[in-house]
Design a protein around this ligand. Structure first.
Ligand SMILES: [Fe+2]
Length: 482
């Protein structure tokens, strides 16, 4: 007899983290409030971790679940739902064995010997449409192509053999004016290495520029930012130590004694063009935006100073940081100055994460930012926040106690609409009621509440990131929103 499947009573599998595990198709979701705006035609793709099996070590890290894609297709005032697991190599091996075979987050030394050499990737972090392909992403492995209509898993994608790094970030940046995707890889030649790769990929999915350089330490580089002239890579002092991994330890340890490093380089630069800037130890999950102004590069970042922004990442001494919620902060790098220090000022006092902008303004001077307003710790009671950076006016819609919001996503009203003229779509997990809603807000009036509420018959455990793809972009290779 095989082992029965039973999730242990630990935080990573209970409360908002309770798994869903089901793959769902619902034609015509119920619209319980308001109406879907007339111009809505396209597909919202989201992905997050939903563990198929309980970790064989008993406990796990929240980020270690199997990638579960959630797709909302909007057509003529209707919306259809489809959810599917990504059939990663790992998923298929565990499905066959009917149990978890992969161990602690990214620590291959804790895997079952039967899966030695298999990819650890879960494809659970982002799903994007680019170059005529729908790609599920996880920063420890290469993209995995999915069918954009059925969500069936196709294969791992290495850009026709041109991508020789062993992994690609889950946070590439789309330049909607050119259709280019700018992307990178950290620990690009193996766990604990300092090899760093950067690519420009044209709108057809062809790599047109590639640069390799060395990072100061094998740290975490989850997200980055682009401007019209530069790219900025934040090298977080959450560092991988192979010796710690061999002893079954965590993939990252936060080093309070090590400085935060930022690499700034021209968009088509080489290793020789990299400018390094340094500042106090700290960390950040996500970047809001960046832009170049004369000789200065501004980076707006959800900065948590002096701590690991992910509270489950231990310090190098084995203790944990007291939580410090991230705040949107502008770092400025002077490209003509001689200093390797950057300047810093707080843009938004209200703590927040999971930031978004109008995607047409990524890399450009911008006015509107959206984010999840956080409570003192964690996401419970989060609100959807909009800040007008020109007037500093903030609006927040409180999602209510006992519920939580996923990352908001901006949908422009029309391709030629002004910045910020559009909608915010966001999944609202209503755990006490055992289901979720998809909410649509007028992006200029978020405090007024949703203009439409679309009811899902089940919960969605968690989605990290995703993309809105207009119907026209899904049928062509043209850059969306351009
Ligand atoms: Fe992320």
């Amino acid at each position: 007899m095989g082992e029965p499947v039973r999730f242990p009573d630990v935080a990573v599998y209970t409360g908002f983290n309770q798994t869903v595990r089901a793959e769902t198709d619902v034609r015509d979701l119920e619209i319980t409030q308001g109406a879907i705006p007339d111009a809505f035609a396209g597909t919202l793709y989201r992905v997050g971790p939903d563990p198929r099996y309980p970790a064989h070590l008993g406990d796990d890290e929240w980020t270690n679940g199997d990638g579960h894609v959630v797709m909302f297709r909007f057509e003529d005032g209707h919306v259809d739902l489809k959810t599917r697991y990504v059939r990663t190599e790992r998923f298929l091996l565990e499905e066959k064995a009917r149990k978890s075979l992969f161990g602690r987050y990214r620590n291959t030394y804790t895997n079952d010997p039967s899966v030695a050499g298999a990819s650890n990737g879960t494809a659970n972090t982002n799903v994007i449409w680019h170059g005529g392909k729908l790609l599920a992403l996880k920063e420890d492995s290469l993209p995995i192509e999915l069918d954009p209509d059925t969500l069936a898993t196709k294969a791992s994608w290495n850009y026709d053999g041109r991508m020789t790094a062993r992994c690609m970030t889950a946070h590439p940046k789309l330049d909607t004016s050119t259709g280019e995707l700018l992307s990178f890889s950290f620990q690009a030649r193996g766990d604990g290495t300092t090899d760093f790769a950067y690519w420009v990929i044209d709108k057809h999915g062809k790599i047109t520029h590639e640069t390799w350089f060395q990072a100061p330490y094998p740290g975490w580089v989850h997200d980055f930012a682009i401007t019209e002239e530069h790219v900025v890579f934040p090298m977080t002092p959450m560092i991988t130590d192979l010796e710690v991994l061999k002893k079954g330890g965590p993939f990252y340890q936060y080093h309070p004694d090590k400085e935060y490093h930022f690499a700034v380089m021209p968009r088509h630069g080489t290793a020789a063009d990299v400018r390094w800037f340094r500042g106090p130890s700290g960390s950040a999950g996500h970047m809001v935006n960046a832009f170049t102004e004369g000789t200065k590069v501004h980076l707006d970042i959800c900065l948590a100073e002096g701590v690991a922004v992910l509270p489950f990442i231990p310090k190098v001494d084995g203790t944990f940081c007291d939580p410090v919620p991230p705040q949107i902060t502008r770092l400025t790098f002077d490209m003509k100055g001689n200093s390797d220090r950057y300047t810093k000022h707080l843009l938004v006092r209200r703590p927040g994460e999971m930031p978004q902008t109008d995607p047409r303004y990524q890399g450009r001077p911008y006015r509107h930012a959206y984010f999840l307003a956080l409570g003192p710790v964690g996401l419970d009671g989060a609100g959807l926040a909009h800040v007008d950076l020109t007037t500093s006016k903030e609006e927040v819609w409180d999602c209510g106690k006992g519920t939580t919001l996923h990352e908001p996503q901006f949908v422009p009203r029309r391709t030629d609409a002004a910045e910020g003229d559009g909608w915010i779509v966001v999944i609202h997990d209503r755990r006490p009621e055992g289901h979720a809603n998809l909410l649509i807000f007028d992006a200029q009036r978020v405090a007024a509440g949703p203009v439409a509420t679309i009811r899902l018959p089940m919960r969605v455990r968690c989605t990290f990131h995703g993309m809105w793809v207009p119907e026209s972009a899904l049928r062509t290779m043209e850059p969306q929103h351009a």
